[in-house]
Design a protein around this ligand. Structure first.
Ligand code: ATP
Ligand code: MG
Length: 441
């Protein structure tokens, strides 16, 4: 029976990455998890993992007292421990350094058998990994994805704030959806029926009449029925909206954001990108802009059956991805009928609207456009799409307070990270994904 000990007055003096040969002879206290343990009888090699990496601990029956040695022998993989010891040089150890243990505190034991191998030596299926996500995240690769994701997010916030956009938070519990009724989740709101927001669309548009330039980074919900590699029921959207500009202006913003994030990752995440063996996509501005009509022609020329006026199906996107390998590009000037009611039709050709998608290969990363800014036109667009303008009275009334011309976009953060890191499945870049079949963990 192993006794579980308390943290007591032990506090960390060093993270694994601070343990270097130049500190030989220094006594340190480290905490972490047993990543690996090789017991050769009179010598035990332990690899301890903390948030910064790994460190080797070498216990021998000579350098470690009998009680501590026995304790180390009893440890199972992924157990949580604190170790006090002396830093020593050892050329054969990773980074040429190891710890000679003096005292060990066992803070918790992991219970074998573990559902997957956290060293990553034995690969596991995505569902096994997601079922034991916290354990899966102890593997270097998934952990690295989320460290890079953090950098992407920090970079987006910095970029938009420095450009003068104000960060906003709009409601998640709403009375009417903006992105089509089929993907709305219903919630009981006391005696009323309410919905979970699919996007911040209407609110961010309204706020351009106050703050002019706004952005939101938030979780949104879609009751997507289909199980795909790029849809989840909860996702993070990065939304931008700006007064006195058009679609083409916010497309430039999207391009600049892309370059700024690629530069940030290049300067700050080399080590992590190497862990993932990822080469960032090459980008030259301006990105190519194809009109929807050009895209339809491209598909037709490649014997793909598609008609002008249809929304693009998943197979159509796949075919498009084959034509545009490893590049970011835009698709502009969509048929008005396949776009949401708030997108502005072209004055001279109202069957086409000023909408765009920002794409990576076959995957839509962002949708945006110039927005309708006349109350009368918006009411008409709602009716044309079979929606009841009365359900949107709260939104339409704000058009009586002086709505500026405005444009913006919504970018799926998860899809963006997926594209940057060339992952095939959105679930790889989301900590606890929610899909039709997954409500836990
Ligand atoms: P799709 O056609 O791929 O289903 P959409 O056109 O319905 O997407 P938009 O309403 O344009 O999606 O939302 C803007 C962006 O938000 C999308 O380009 C995408 O990156 C992201 N997004 C939308 N729905 C989802 C989802 N279910 N899961 C993950 N990301 C999503
Ligand atoms: Mg879209």
């Amino acid at each position: 029976m192993v006794d579980i000990e308390s943290l007591g007055d032990w506090r960390r003096t060093h993270y694994s990455d601070m343990i270097t040969p130049s500190l030989r002879g220094t006594e340190v206290t480290i905490f972490g998890w047993i990543q690996d343990l090789r017991d050769l009888g009179n010598i035990i090699f332990v690899t301890l993992r903390d948030k910064e990496g790994l460190v080797q601990i070498t216990a021998t029956s000579k350098n470690t007292d009998a009680e501590t040695f026995a304790k180390i022998k009893s440890l199972g993989r992924q157990s949580t421990v604190g170790i006090k010891g002396l830093i020593a040089e050892r050329s054969e150890a990773p980074k040429g350094v190891e710890l000679i243990p003096k005292e060990v505190r066992i803070l918790n034991l992991a219970v074998p058998p573990l559902p997957l191998d956290p060293t990553g030596r034995v690969p596991a299926e995505i569902d096994v990994r997601l079922d034991a996500r916290v354990l899966d995240l102890r593997r270097p690769e998934p952990q690295t994805i989320f460290r890079i994701r953090h950098e992407v997010l920090a970079g987006i916030r910095k970029f938009l704030s420095e450009k003068g956009y104000l960060e906003i938070h709009t409601p998640r519990i709403i009375a009417a959806g903006a992105e089509g009724g089929a993907t709305l989740f219903t919630v009981e709101y006391f005696d009323e029926k309410a919905y979970l927001a699919q996007s911040p669309e209407l609110y961010k548009e309204e706020l351009t009449s106050v703050f002019e330039k706004v952005f939101e980074i938030g979780i949104f919900f879609r009751a997507e029925e289909s199980h795909t590699r790029r849809h989840l029921n909860e996702f993070i959207s990065v939304d931008v909206e700006e007064a006195f500009v058009e679609a083409r202006d916010v497309m430039v913003l999207q391009e600049e954001l892309l370059v700024s994030i690629l530069n940030r990752l290049t300067t700050r995440c080399q080590e992590q990108l190497e862990v993932l063996q990822v080469k960032l996509p090459n980008v030259h501005l301006p990105l190519v802009r194809y009109s929807y009509s050009e895209v339809i022609d491209q598909l037709k020329q490649n014997d793909f059956k598609v008609e002008w006026g249809e929304d693009l199906s998943t197979p159509a996107y796949r075919a498009l991805g084959d034509l545009h390998k490893e590049v970011f590009y835009f698709i502009t000037e969509w048929p008005t009928k396949v776009r949401p009611f708030y997108i502005k039709p072209k004055a001279e050709r109202p069957e086409i609207c000023d909408a765009f998608d920002f794409m990576y290969e076959w995957i839509e990363i962002t949708s945006g456009g110039s927005r309708v800014d006349s109350k009368q036109q918006l009411t008409k667009r709602l009716e044309d799409q079979g929606l009841n303008p009365e359900s949107f009275d709260f939104h339409l009334s704000t058009y009586d307070y002086g709505m500026p011309p405005h444009a913006g976009w919504g970018m799926g953060l998860d899809r963006f990270v997926m594209a940057l890191l060339r992952r095939e499945n959105i679930r790889d870049v989301v900590l606890f994904p929610r899909d039709r079949l997954r409500l836990k963990p």
